[in-house]
Design a protein around this ligand. Sequence first.
Ligand code: BDR
Ligand code: CA
Length: 325
Amino acid sequence: MKKFILDCDPGHDDAFAIMLAAQNLDLLGVTTVGGNGYLPNVTRNALVVLEKIGRTDIPVYPGHAGPSTTTLITAPNVHGKSGLDGPVVTEPIRKPESKHAVDFIVETVMNTDHVTLAATGPLTNIAAAINREPRIVDRVDALYIMGGGAYAGNWTPAAEFNIYVDAEAAYKVFHSGINLYMVGVNLTRQCPVTDEFKESMRSLGNIAGVFGAELCDFFARGGDARLHDACAVAWAIDPTLIQEAFLHVDIELNGTLTRGMTVTDLRFLQTDKCEADIDLTSTKKWNDPPEGSPFRGKEPNTHVAMRLDYPRFKELVLRTLKNYN
Ligand code: BDR
Ligand code: CA
């Protein structure tokens, strides 16, 4: 199993990411970051999830409370006041570790070969870890993120929540040279929380299954929700669940309408076609301006998630929930 660190801001879909990682990967630690909720809440929520599934052996390290250059934006409209509203849970018995998340990430990556990172909240901790110890970029096998979108956003028309909240951190990560896998909203919209999916969880009848269904009852109360963060961890578990395109992605920091956009160079994929027809294997450059032109495409830096095998993704989630007592 891959050695894994999950940086997150639980968050209903982060809770599924934790449950997937704790069972299917060698989860060395969970680190938390201000995002969906304030840091004390999301840290408490990570502890709640791990206690629910009986994995109190996995340590939780609190990280940065918010971005260093902008004010934190949270999402109580999506995740409720606690960040994990819905299921009735008992307060965690366990306390978080006293070590800072960034210290844990840097020390673990520098002392352990073949660590895979995932981030399902704003990239504040990951950028801070790269700033602290740039060598981690070449030490890790990969970084999987839930964030951005190849075409559009969800928090603003152009930007997805995690990237928008700390665009400067995202810029640092996307420019670092790390082996980056981006699961954006173009992918996660293929992963709806349907009534059928939710009821399949509930009918498992065990603690984890009912917990999953109750998380979805709240999360999908508006009738439209996606298990965004679970997709990023699922990709790390099973690379065949997602088809990718290797593309250049950059972060917009200054746009008045587009700040936080993951500007994805799709010209390579001939996107005058409709999305379903895009040839992900195409190697033909499309409309590339001449050498020397500032508009010429840059080298790919990101594995961009494009297509999800939704039936097999659901199987993975259900099998995982079932395997917890
Ligand atoms: C992302 O924002 C949060 O609400 C979710 O947990 C997910 O990480 C989706 O835009
Ligand atoms: Ca999240």
